[in-house]
Every structure is written in C-alpha cells, then in structure tokens.
Design a protein around this ligand. Structure first.
Ligand SMILES: [Zn+2]
Length: 247
C-alpha cells in the first residue's frame, strides 16, 4: 500500500539508491512531505540498473512509496558517447570526476516542469563530514578562487538557492531561472548536507541500512557484490564500523 497517491506529490527527490538520498527520503517523510521520487539510469547498463532496482524495491516496500525510473535509451552504444576515447582525452586532462550532477538535475528540472505546483527539488549531499561534522571528509564544496575551482570549508547549514557553492550555482540557477519563465518558483535543496555520514546512517531504519547502493566499481566482482575497495565502499565501511562501535 502506498502512503500517498502519485498525483498528490508536493516535492521532488532525486534518488540514487545511496545513503544520502535515502536519508533525505526518511527526512521528507518524517516531515509529512509527499516526494515524487525518481531515479535516472541508462538502458545500456542493465546490470547496475538491476542492482539499484533491488534497493528501490526495498525502499518502496518499506516506506510505501513509488520510485519512478527515468531511463535513457540512447541509440548509440556507450551511454551516449559515440567515441569514448576521444571524450576521455578531453576529460582526463581535468581533475574532475564524471559528474552525475548535470544528469539528475536536468531530469529534476523537466519533472518540475511537468509538475508546476512543486517548488522544492531535494537531493542527497553530505559535505558535513564522515564520522563527525567538520572532520573534513565527505562531499566537497567548490568555489572559483582566482579562476580555479577550489575546495572551500563546508557550510554548517543546508544548501539551497540562497547559498549554492560555485559548482552548483550556475547549473541550478540556469534551470531555476528557466522554470521561473513558467511561473514556477523552485529551489534545489540539500536539507541534510551539513550532517555527517554517520548521522545519516543512523537515521536509516535497520531494514534499509543494508540495501543502500554505494559502490562505484561493481565491475570488479562481476556485479555480484560491492567491491569493498573503491573509495565509496571504504567510506561506508568506516561509517559502519563507527556505528558498530557505538560512536
Ligand atoms: Zn566499491
């Protein structure tokens, strides 16, 4: 049984299947919100999609919500990269991770256009720290300093359109200004950004704690289990150990 009808949604949540997004879901439901929860995926990635779907099923059953899959079916292989090598030549020169940010934020904008009564787009981000707020680990906030994207100290509060760092500012503000053209006054909000990972982990119900998808190298185990050695796996391990130790 769903706890609310999809017609009655009042905000949008970008859902990755990971800990930060799941904690935000918990937070939204605790606050009486009815999120339109979506997950972006590539049709050409069926093994990963199956893994995330498993997590989504658990979340759907536990919370009584619907996770809507937005699937890109690109008519060229390699998820829309006609020439991976040529693209890699460009991106390898930059010390930046391939960002999922422009993908989910674009879909959230399109979804908001479809639901013009909505003014809040939520996403999971955790710049507060790993085991303790302010310990310096977790997601980075980046501003341009002397023309170079540079890490800045984390905020001690949520992030929204009043205080985006430069990495998010131009992208989000572009979408928000475009939505304004249609009288949609929206906002991208990371309500728990200033929490530590450990705090987010503690927020999750025990039934959900094991179903979060975090690994970025499932290839290593031929998609059978988490790799245990990528930085995301290591982070979660650290958090789990701290939790088990009662920190
Ligand atoms: Zn891993």
């Amino acid at each position: 049984m769903n706890r609310y009808d999809i017609e009655d949604v009042d905000c949008i949540l970008a859902f990755s299947g990971g800990m930060d997004a799941t904690a935000v879901l918990q937070y939204l439901l605790d606050n009486g919100k009815k999120p339109y929860i979506f997950h972006h995926q590539w049709a050409s990635n069926p093994t990963i999609n199956k893994l995330v779907r498993k997590a989504s099923n658990k979340v759907e059953n536990y919370y009584g919500v619907k996770v809507v899959d937005w699937t890109h079916q690109v008519e060229a292989n390699n998820q829309g990269f006609p020439n991976r090598n040529k693209s890699n030549e460009h991106y390898d020169k930059l010390n930046l991770l391939s960002p999922s940010l422009p993908k989910w934020s674009a879909i959230a904008m399109m979804a908001n256009y479809n639901m013009p009564w909505i003014n809040e787009i939520y996403w999971g981000m955790c710049y507060g720290g790993m085991l303790k707020r302010g310990d310096g680990d977790g997601d980075k906030l980046m501003n341009y300093v002397d023309g170079k994207l540079t890490r800045i100290p984390p905020y001690e509060k949520p992030m929204d359109k009043s205080n985006y760092d430069d990495r998010h500012k131009q992208l989000f503000n572009g979408y928000l200004q475009w939505l304004e053209m249609f009288n949609i006054d929206s906002n991208y909000i990371a309500p728990l950004g200033h929490y530590s990972k450990l705090e987010l982990y503690k927020m999750l119900p025990n039934d959900i704690k094991d179903s979060i998808v975090t690994c970025i190298n499932y290839k290593k185990t031929k998609y059978k289990s988490e790799c245990g050695s990528c930085h995301k796996c290591k982070e979660l391990d650290k958090v789990k150990q701290a939790y088990a130790a009662g920190l």
